[in-house]
Design a protein around this ligand. Structure first.
Ligand code: Z5A
Ligand code: MG
Length: 216
């Protein structure tokens, strides 16, 4: 009996500012890829269900305080704690859709303007994590986002943070490969169509891309 070679899954990340529609689009993309016959898994960061995730959750909701570098490393640890299972799923042919990833990790922490927490510093603990085959950046203006409801009650949901986050995402994605900038100010349906086009191109190229790489 010969060994069946399983085609690996794709690692697809959806990033963007608040209310860009990340979670809505992750769901639509999952449905689309399942219909195409792919086995799909959805994960989100922070994963608030793990012990580390619970610390993050109480920090975001404002019930606890954490030193800036310390909480940053917890967000990163929350990715490292499932890095191996991501790798395994991908090699078993499962395509993973990730709602926020290392890019949010680096950008939100660096947006605090803490003098010893630069974007470069913030990126370091992400090095070596599974590298996305494609990162979809849902780009939205402050005006469009505001139409989708006011700021929520969580930490970071304020104008100062969001403005800095927007600038930092821009400078980070200048240096990244495999990023598709998606205009997220359009309707749900239009945005999902644009995402499907970008993802289909990436998935077709997968056997050319080779094995899953790591972030550098
Ligand atoms: N954070 C961090 O600091 N470090 C890290 O490492 C990570 C995260 C991973 C919590 O994240 C916070 O953690 C976040 C970053 C920080 N801080 N902030 N601010 P989260 O992922 O839990 O946040 P969220 O609340 O789930 O996501 P979100 O960004 O606010 O929303 P979204 O997922 O992008 O959007 P949505 O829920 O799909 O849609 C929002 C609303 O808009 C909803 O009513 C939709 O029906 C509507 N919507 C969506 N698309 C459209 C279109 N196209 N037209 C009209 N209306 C739309
Ligand atoms: Mg969301």
């Amino acid at each position: 009996a010969g060994h069946e070679l399983t085609r690996r899954g794709a690692l697809l990340v959806v990033e963007g500012l608040d209310r860009a529609g990340k979670s809505s689009q992750c769901e639509k993309l999952g449905d689309y890829l399942s219909q195409q016959g792919h086995t799909v898994k959805y994960i989100r960061f922070p994963d608030r269900t793990t012990p580390i995730g619970k610390l993050i959750d109480s920090y975001l909701r404002g019930s606890t305080n954490q030193e800036d570098h310390s909480i940053h490393l917890l967000f990163s640890a929350n990715r490292w704690e499932i890095a191996k299972s991501i790798q395994e799923d991908i090699s078993n042919g499962i395509t993973i859709i990730v709602d926020r990833y290392s890019y949010s990790g680096a950008v939100y922490s660096a947006a605090k303007a803490n003098p010893t927490l630069s974007l470069e510093w913030a990126w370091q603990p992400e090095i070596g994590l599974p590298r996305p085959d494609l990162c979809l950046f849902l780009s939205i203006s402050a005006e469009e986002a505001a139409k989708r409801g006011g700021y929520g009650a969580e930490r970071y949901e304020n104008e100062t943070m969001q403005t800095r986050v927007r600038e930092l995402f821009r400078s980070l994605f200048n240096r990244q490969e495999d990023v598709a900038i998606i205009n997220a100010g359009k309707s749900l349906k239009e945005v999902s169509k644009d995402i499907q086009v970008a993802v289909s191109k990436c998935v077709e190229r997968l056997n050319v891309i080779g094995p899953l790489r790591v972030l550098g």
